[in-house]
Ligand binder design. Structure first.
Ligand code: GTP
Length: 268
């Protein structure tokens, strides 16, 4: 994880001695970190305090495109990175694809990273790339989601319970792809189904882990303990849903990737 720290201008200050009350009034959030270890506030405390005040949440430029197999991640990647100029014939990915996406009208660039959906590779690849991420697009196939709900929910659960992703509050967009097909499920239906499945998963996963760790301490329970799981319970991590279609059809079918592009525009 990269932490960017602003230039410690206060290092140029002369060593000072101040009482604890002044320290508290300078930085109330740091009381917990310092406690009442010392009633004197020294030069080295000042340096630590400056660090605490200027430390920023790590933010990479990468946007991970994740999902199970054949949901349309690679096609989406090509559409975003190369626009309409390249409509590739995609095959099952075994390694990441990376390329730049320039946000229209902002002249800012995000690095799109399409990761393989194969179950043997996806967690390992996520592990390698997660710390450089600024956001995650989780792609589901809206035509087959009912049949594949367990696998789709399980991978999403792994993502949402990851300590780095939770710790960095990475925004997650669930892209309900292939909306150009007939009889597909809409975003709100998919959201409810995923919530239901994750609700079950978090109980079974926690129970399994409690058998291993009798202390009962594990970080895999996401959401609130006293109610059914809802994505909104993960705040400050934001999970949003959009309907999209990565495939360009002859009629230029809607919704295309409009929802994905407006979400990307708000990432920077
Ligand atoms: N109808 C339709 N087909 C799509 C859409 N997006 C992708 N596809 C098709 O779905 C199939 C799988 O697409 P990929 O982009 O290779 O899927 P992937 O998620 O990268 O698959 P893996 O590499 O196995 O993880 C291809 O035949 C695509 O043409 C879409 O929006 N609509």
């Amino acid at each position: 994880m990269r932490n960017s720290v602003e230039a410690p201008v206060a290092l140029q200050l002369k060593p000072i001695k101040r009482d604890f009350n002044l320290f508290v009034s300078l930085h109330p959030n740091a009381i917990h970190a310092y406690g009442v270890r010392s009633h004197k506030f020294e030069y080295c405390d000042m340096i630590e305090l400056i660090f605490l005040c200027t430390k920023r949440r790590s933010k990479g430029q990468g946007v991970l495109i994740l999902g199970t197999c054949d949901t349309g991640k690679t096609l989406m990647f090509y559409k975003l990175v190369y626009g309409g100029s390249k409509q590739p014939f995609t095959v099952t990915s075994v390694s990441p694809n990376t390329g730049d996406y320039v946000i229209p009208e902002k002249s800012k660039t995000l690095q799109m990273i399409d990761l393989p959906g194969h179950e043997r590779l996806r967690l390992q690849m996520l592990e390698q790339k997660k710390s450089s991420a600024r956001g995650i697009i989780y792609v589901v196939d809206s035509a087959t989601i009912q049949k594949d709900i367990k696998e789709a929910a399980e991978f999403l659960y792994n993502i949402l319970s990851d300590s780095v992703i939770l710790g960095n509050s990475l925004p997650v967009l669930v892209a309900c792809n292939k909306q150009d097909q007939h009889l597909v499920k809409g975003a709100s239906f998919i959201e409810k189904q995923l919530q239901k499945e994750i609700n079950t998963l978090r109980v079974t996963r926690s129970a399994a882990l409690q058998q291993i760790d009798s202390s009962g301490n594990n970080n895999t329970f996401i959401g609130k303990r006293d109610k059914d799981f809802e994505f909104s319970d993960l705040k400050p991590l934001r999970v949003t849903f959009t309907e999209c279609s990565a495939l360009e059809t002859a009629e230029g079918a809607q919704p295309g990737l409009t929802g994905v592009e407006s979400w990307l525009a708000n990432l920077i």
